[in-house]
Design a binder for this molecule. Structure first.
Ligand SMILES: [Mg+2]
Length: 297
């Protein structure tokens, strides 16, 4: 949760400072690391999961909606606000409203995957993981690829939480598990592509071009997973790989930071970054509550 928020905040700065040396200087200079919609929605998802002990779609939609009205300046894409105003105007459910986007196909953007860390944490050892991830996605992302992408990111986080960094990182097993977990060909093929790129030791830049740099989930989340699998032992190296190769930088940082933080633990995130993170205590408290709840799953 903290890794995701730090990645989001630093990824957002990387839009203005896309070179590592300058970016490091700017991070050292700023008083506070300000997160964007990615973390605002992660917090909303965590709050709702804790209150309802799982995904309650209407409650989740209401929580997202309420948090958006309080902080509409967080950099939301157009989808969630359109859904919120449709629900407010017509009284239909969030899930039905989400299905009306993009000519009735629903969104396949990365917005459901970017916020999924709380689901990965709460259900990290539960057979409900896939369905709960999809249910959380459906409140804003109705397209099958949007949901599958969120579920894969959740499963990546769940695996990362379960592993012990002292034992060495089982890269082959990790990626094979993701390939067999995917339910759409678009996501599965990207997981296979990650495996090829890592085996070929392709440069980061080439990997980002091959995996995609758009805001669609199958053209962004795979590069976050690639960044983590390429640098599993370093939060900093994983994050910089994810945000310094173009694309949707804040969301790439949020997704890669979630994976790396889940695997390495909060201590692996540079202390100077953690201390500057806006709302750190609140985010840590939500993570602890989710972990405690996960022990009953
Ligand atoms: Mg954002």
């Amino acid at each position: 949760m903290v890794g995701s928020a730090v990645g989001d905040a630093i990824g957002e700065i990387a839009f203005s400072y896309p070179k590592k040396e300058k970016l490091l200087k700017v991070i050292a200079r700023v008083k506070e690391l300000i997160y964007t919609d990615d973390t605002a929605m992660t917090i909303g998802l965590a709050e709702s999961l804790i209150e309802r002990k799982g995904v309650d779609q209407e409650h989740l939609g209401e929580t997202f909606h309420k948090n958006f009205l309080r902080e509409p300046w967080r950099g939301y894409a157009s989808g969630p606000p359109s859904i919120f105003s449709l629900v407010r105007r017509t009284g239909i459910s969030y899930v039905i409203a989400a299905k009306t986007l993009f000519g009735g196909e629903g969104s396949l953007g990365n917005g459901a995957a970017m916020r999924i860390a709380p689901v990965g944490l709460l259900f990290y050892r539960s057979a409900l993981l896939y369905d709960q991830a999809c249910a959380s996605a459906e409140v804003t992302h109705a397209h099958p690829i949007g949901k599958d992408g969120a579920a894969i990111q959740a499963y990546g986080i769940a695996q990362a939480v379960s592993l012990d960094p002292q034992e060495g990182f089982p890269r082959e097993r990790f990626i094979k598990n993701l390939i067999s977990f995917a339910r759409t060909s678009q996501i599965r093929e990207k997981m296979e592509e990650i495996q090829n790129l890592l085996n070929e030791e392709s440069p980061e830049r080439r990997a980002s071009e091959r995996l995609g740099r758009s805001v669609a989930v199958h053209e962004s989340m795979p590069f976050a997973i690639y960044s983590f699998l390429r640098y599993p032992e370093s939060f900093e190296a994983c994050l910089f790989c994810s945000i310094l190769n173009g694309g949707d930088r804040d969301t790439l940082g949020a997704m890669a930071g979630a994976l790396s933080g889940a695997y390495l633990g909060v201590e692996a995130i540079p202390q100077e970054w953690r201390e500057k993170l806006e709302n750190l205590e609140r985010i840590e408290q939500l993570a602890i509550s989710l972990y405690e709840l996960s022990q009953n799953q």
